[in-house]
Design a protein around this ligand. Structure first.
Ligand SMILES: [Zn+2]
Length: 339
């Protein structure tokens, strides 16, 4: 059954189609801005006008979905730019809905691009006088992310995106209870039909480095500011916890759930695929993209072939959709349309 391509395709179990791909795009203020992201060749921070052109080119190549990340000029302690209806993301959503009406527009819902400290929620001083065992909680003098105070802010951000016309909102913050809070706020604002793609199993790790250059969202160094996101993102060692996290988000009303990163976590995708019926997404993240790009630049691997094999294997592991910076290139290869 492997002798010819026709025989092989007759028994092929997994297929990759442009419809399965979601293209992450970064929007920043200004006009005619197209800033290359150094650690991610082929990825740019774009002003709204340039982003529309980029999305149009992607659509022509076969891409049918994008997810938007905002890079605001103004950041503050509460991340108030996140729910500004005139912010970069709502502007880009409206422009895309006008100019590329066939494109599904998702928006990332999180605080880290909008807070001056770079965390995914607002910070608080841990309760004074609370007995603390050695090694428990945040180190002495360190602030921690205020889970419950962040929920209302995320809900406002999601509503602002829905009002602009977002087809799907995608919370990536990993606060407990945020899917329920966002669902409630959307329903109250009459957006019952806007689905939630939950970053349900998002692991804390090193594969996000280049993204933080692109989105300018790395936690900053400063007195009391937690140095990493291990307080709310998942431990890479845990798969049962991933099942629990997804079950909670499903209970709270998530419509689609995501695993992030993708390739080092294919076993997690498989476990979730076998246990849940919801559509499952995988985020092939910036570090995974950068590694392929870097090896290809050196001539050590065949970029197109490694790209296609990687995306196919993420699908085989159980992902229905794949968020990837390769979306346009892969779609162009699949459709045979030049970009
Ligand atoms: Zn975040």
């Amino acid at each position: 059954m492997r002798r010819t391509e026709a025989l092989r395709s007759l028994v092929r179990e997994t297929h990759l189609a442009p419809d399965d791909l979601v293209w992450p795009l970064f929007v920043r203020p200004g006009k005619k801005v197209r800033n290359p992201v150094k650690s991610m060749p082929g990825v740019f921070q774009l002003s709204v006008d340039e982003l529309v052109e980029e999305a149009q080119a992607g659509f022509e190549a076969g891409v049918r979905s994008v997810i938007l990340f905002g890079i605001p000029l103004h950041k503050d302690a509460t991340g108030s730019g996140a729910w500004d209806e005139e912010g970069e993301v709502p502007q880009a959503v409206r422009a895309l809905k006008r100019s590329v009406p066939g494109m599904v527009v998702m928006t990332d819902v999180c605080m880290c691009e909008y807070t001056d400290h770079g965390h995914c929620g607002v910070l608080k001083v841990p309760q004074a006088g609370r007995p603390r065992k050695a090694g428990q909680g945040a180190p002495e003098g360190e602030l921690s992310v205020d889970n419950d105070a962040t929920l209302a802010l995320l809900a406002k951000e999601a509503v602002a995106h829905a009002r602009a016309g977002a087809d799907i909102v995608a919370p990536s913050d990993m606060m407990d209870g945020r899917v329920a809070a966002i669902r409630k706020a959307l329903d109250e604002d009459d957006y019952q039909d806007v689905p939630i793609l939950s970053y349900a199993a998002k692991f804390a790790g090193a594969f996000y480095g280049p993204f933080r250059d692109a989105a300018e969202s790395a936690p900053v160094e400063g007195p009391g500011i937690p140095r990493d996101r291990k307080g709310y993102q998942m431990d890479p060692a845990n798969w049962r916890e991933a099942v629990r996290e997804v079950a909670l988000d499903v209970q709270e009303g998530a419509d689609l759930v995501m695993v992030k990163p993708a390739v080092p976590y294919l076993d997690i995708l498989r476990v979730l695929r076998d246990r849940f019926e919801l559509p499952l997404a995988a985020y092939h993240v910036s570090g995974e993209y950068a590694m392929i790009k870097a090896a290809a630049e050196r001539g050590w691997i065949d970029e197109a072939r490694v790209m296609m094999e990687t995306l196919l294997c993420i699908r085989r592991a159980g992902a229905d959709l794949v968020l990837t910076y390769f979306a346009r290139d892969a779609a162009a290869l699949l459709t045979g349309r030049r970009r």
